[in-house]
Design a protein around this ligand. Structure first.
Ligand SMILES: Nc1ncnc2c1ncn2[C@@H]1O[C@H](COP(=O)(O)OP(=O)(O)OP(=O)(O)O)[C@@H](O)[C@H]1O
Ligand SMILES: [Mg+2]
Length: 310
């Protein structure tokens, strides 16, 4: 279709399961060499999208290209250059990690068998490769999944929640590792997650999916700054909203009880307080809102309770 060099490109990609539209006319483009985050809450349609990109699920409508190949026509050619983890990878528990990788390498034609020691080392399983997978922790199985994805030295990695089941240290290692794959080895990484801070730390760009639909996409930093807010607990909430709504850099306000949520950079908290003080309004407490998936999400969908327009 196109002869330019997007690693992945979708065209109104859609999947319906009976009445449910799990993926609804999704459009995005992943550029070569970037780490692209596919963010969304449980049930958003992340795995379904990934399954379509890997030829595991047929699209109901629309299409996509992976490394320039149409997923419905010649995907198998592209898949030789793709490594993937979909949901929690399954392995034979009574065989060692190394033997599991050997089987996978043989399915792929055997050329990649020589990479096994190095991929095990890359994912931090060097010392445990000979142990049975049944004795591995969840995090170790996840790493073995990544080792399997890396076996063929793919140029594109498609990872469905790769840090699922990892502890905080393991998550951080995985993030560093993914970043290095992109920065030092020039690999393109498409990864899904429901954790914004994870996306924030590892991805260049992000798409936010909700109920099958794209609700935002762009540079991570841009999206995060949109979600910044200040919250304060104050007695005369209605009056405070009236005052703050006049400030043109306040993007919106809402409240829950006596907690007032102000869509504005925490950097401007002193100005907010000065504006309130000028009307003899003095908050009991003030706190910055750390940007989370939830805050970005609520901001974008405007689903916060009692939202009022500024
Ligand atoms: N084979 C299927 N048959 C019917 N419905 C399905 C099927 N697979 C997925 N769904 C539905 O499609 C929607 C999207 O599911 P999907 O697994 O893609 O979400 P997800 O974003 O990966 O969620 P999670 O974060 O929980 O992994 C859900 O409502 C799910 O129940
Ligand atoms: Mg999923």
């Amino acid at each position: 279709m196109n002869n330019d060099s997007a690693a992945i490109r979708t065209y109104d990609l859609t999947k319906r399961f009976k009445k449910l539209t799990a993926v609804d006319q999704v459009n995005f483009e992943v550029k070569p060499g970037e780490v692209f985050g596919f963010l969304g809450p449980n049930g958003a349609g992340k795995t379904t999208t990934i399954a379509m990109l890997l030829g595991l699920v047929r699209p109901t409508a629309g299409s996509a290209e992976v490394l320039g190949h149409d997923i419905r026509r010649d995907l198998s050619v592209a898949l030789r250059r793709v490594g993937a983890i979909v949901e929690t990878p399954a392995f034979y528990p009574y065989m060692s990690g190394m033997d599991n990788l050997r089987i996978l390498a043989r399915i792929d034609g055997g050329d990649t068998e020589e990479h096994i020691p190095s991929v095990l080392e890359q994912v931090g399983l060097k010392g445990r490769g000979k142990d049975k997978v049944g004795t591995y922790s969840r995090g170790m199985r996840q790493r073995l999944g990544l080792a399997a994805a890396l076996l063929g030295d793919p140029e594109l990695l498609i990872l469905d929640e790769p840090t699922n089941g990892l502890d905080p240290a393991g998550m951080r290692e995985m993030r560093v590792f993914i970043r290095r794959l992109a920065d030092e080895e020039g690999k393109t990484v498409f990864l899904s997650s429901h954790l914004l801070h994870e996306i924030e730390q590892v991805c260049d760009r992000v798409l936010i999916l909700n109920k099958g639909q794209v609700i935002a996409q762009g540079e991570v930093n841009e999206l995060l700054s949109q979600a910044q807010a200040v919250e304060l607990r104050i007695e005369a909430v209605e009056k405070a909203i009236e005052v703050l709504s006049r400030l043109d850099w306040v993007r919106g306000t809402s409240h829950e009880g006596d907690w007032l949520h102000i869509q504005s950079s925490p950097e401007r908290a002193p100005e907010l307080l000065a504006a309130l003080a000028a009307h003899s309004l003095f908050p009991f407490e003030v706190r910055p809102v750390v940007s989370t998936l939830e805050s970005v999400f609520l901001d974008l969908t405007d689903e916060s309770p009692e939202a009022t327009d500024a």
